[in-house]
Design a protein around this ligand. Structure first.
Ligand SMILES: NC(=O)c1ccc[n+]([C@@H]2O[C@H](COP(=O)([O-])OP(=O)(O)OC[C@H]3O[C@@H](n4cnc5c(N)ncnc54)[C@H](OP(=O)(O)O)[C@@H]3O)[C@@H](O)[C@H]2O)c1
Length: 340
C-alpha cells in the first residue's frame, strides 16, 4: 500500500514522503478499507508545523478520515459488507490508500457523496455537532458567535446553528469569505481583519447578550468572547490556531498562553457563565457512545439534506504539499480533501 509519511516538521513541500508499506491485515473487530481519498484538517497543519501535542513522534502517518470501500473484515465484525462504501475515522494513519480502523469508527455512506463532502462530515462536522448538541443547550432565538466561520468546522457550526433557529455572528478574514458567510445565512458576518470583533458586536448592541461562542483561536479571544456572554452562556474552546502565528517565537507564545487569562471558578459561578474545553480525540477515547451519537447525528442530518458540506477544493494526492500550504494560508473555504 501507499502512504504519505510525515518525515520533517516545517514547510509543506519538504514534510511528506510517499512510501510503499505492507498492506495490514485486520485483527478482531477491525476493518480494512481501500481508500478513495482522505480529508485534511487544520490539526494536520499544526502537526506538520510541530505544534500539535497529540501527534505521534516522526516519522509518522497523520490523517483522521477516509472514504473508501471495505476490503476485509476482521473476526467478529458485523453490520458491514465487503465492497460497501464507507466513511472511516482513523487515529492518525489516514494519509494512506489502505487503512485499518475499528468497526465502531466506520459508517456506510451513499455513493452520491463526494470525497470532500463525506470527509467533511467526519472530524469537522462531528466536532461542530458535539460542540452544539452536547457541550451546551441552545434553543431557537438564542445568539451565538462562530470564529473561523468560513472554514470546515465553522461551516458545519453555522449549518447546525441555523437549523436550530439560532442567530449567528461569524468572523472571517476576507471579503470573499464574508460573502460566503452571507450565503450560509450568517446574520452578522464580521471581517476581523478590518474591525475588532468585540467592539463591533458591542456596537451592534449585543455585548453581554450571546448564549454561546465557538472558539478555535485561543489566546486573548477567550477573554474577549467571555465578555460577550449573557448569563447561562458558554465559550466552547476547541483549538488554538493563534499558536501558528506564535510558533518559533517564545515571547509571542507566552503572550498567547497568558492571553487565555487566569480563571477563578468564583467568577464563573457569580456570573453564571462557562468555559468549556473540547477535544474530540478525548471524546472518542473516553465517551465512545457520545462519539457514535455525533457520527449518527451528522450522517442522518446529511441524508436529510439539513447539512450540506462545502468542498473548498479536492486535490490529487500528488498535490498534498500544495493542499497543505493552501489550508495553512488561511484562504480556504469549507473542506479540503485529497483523492487517490
Ligand atoms: N478540538 C477538536 O477536537 C477539534 C476538532 C476539529 C478542529 N479543531 C480546530 O478547529 C479549527 C478549525 O479547523 P478546520 O480543520 O475546520 O480548519 P479551517 O477552519 O478550515 O481552517 C482554519 C481557518 O482558521 C482561520 N483562522 C483564524 N485565525 C487564525 C490563526 N490565527 N491562524 C490560523 N488560522 C486562523 C482562518 O480563516 P480566517 O482567518 O479567514 O478566519 C483559516 O482559514 C482549528 O483550530 C482546529 O484545530 C478542533
Amino acid at each position: 500500500m501507499k502512504a504519505y509519511t510525515l518525515v520533517k516538521n516545517g514547510k509543506a513541500e519538504e514534510a511528506f514522503k510517499l512510501e510503499e508499506k505492507p498492506t495490514p491485515t485486520p485483527g478482531a473487530g477491525e476493518v480494512l478499507i481501500e481508500s478513495e481519498g482522505f480529508g485534511l484538517n487544520f490539526a494536520d497543519v499544526m502537526a506538520r508545523l510541530g505544534i500539535y501535542k497529540e501527534c505521534p513522534p516522526l516519522p509518522t502517518v497523520i490523517g483522521y478520515e477516509n472514504v473508501g470501500k471495505v476490503k476485509a473484515l476482521g473476526e467478529g465484525v458485523t453490520g458491514l459488507e465487503i465492497g460497501q462504501r464507507v466513511l472511516a475515522f482513523t487515529r492518525f494513519g489516514g494519509y494512506a490508500d489502505h487503512i485499518i480502523t475499528p468497526d465502531i469508527a466506520v459508517t456506510p455512506i451513499p455513493e452520491s457523496l463526494s470525497i470532500g463532502e463525506a470527509t467533511a462530515l467526519a472530524t469537522q462536522y462531528m466536532t461542530a455537532y458535539y460542540a452544539v448538541e452536547e457541550c451546551l443547550s441552545l434553543f431557537e432565538g438564542d445568539q451565538a458567535l462562530v470564529h473561523a466561520a468560513a472554514g470546515g468546522v465553522g461551516t458545519a457550526l453555522i449549518q447546525i446553528l441555523k437549523h436550530k433557529g439560532v442567530t449567528v455572528f461569524g468572523t472571517a478574514g476576507s471579503e470573499e469569505k464574508l460573502g460566503y458567510l452571507r450565503s450560509l445565512g450568517v446574520d452578522y458576518p464580521i471581517n476581523y481583519r478590518q474591525v475588532d470583533y468585540l467592539e463591533e458586536i458591542t456596537k451592534l448592541g449585543f455585548q453581554g447578550k450571546l448564549d454561546a461562542t465557538f472558539n478555535p483561536i485561543g489566546g486573548d479571544y477567550v477573554k474577549k468572547d467571555f465578555a460577550l456572554l449573557n448569563s447561562g452562556g458558554g465559550v466552547v474552546i476547541f483549538g488554538a490556531s493563534k499558536m501558528t502565528e506564535a510558533r518559533g517565537n517564545i515571547f509571542k507564545m507566552l503572550k498567547m498562553v497568558f492571553g487565555f487569562g487566569f480563571w477563578s471558578p468564583i467568577k464563573l459561578v457569580t456570573s453564571s457563565r462557562s468555559l468549556i474545553g473540547l477535544n474530540m480525540l478525548k471524546i472518542a477515547d473516553n465517551k465512545p457512545k457520545a462519539f457514535q451519537r455525533a457520527l449518527k447525528g451528522v450522517v442522518e442530518m446529511s441524508n436529510k439534506a439539513i447539512l450540506k458540506p462545502t468542498v473548498g477544493k479536492e486535490f490529487d494526492h500528488t498535490q498534498l504539499a500544495e493542499a497543505h500550504a493552501f489550508l495553512e494560508s488561511r484562504q480556504s473555504i469549507g473542506k479540503i480533501a485529497i483523492k487517490w
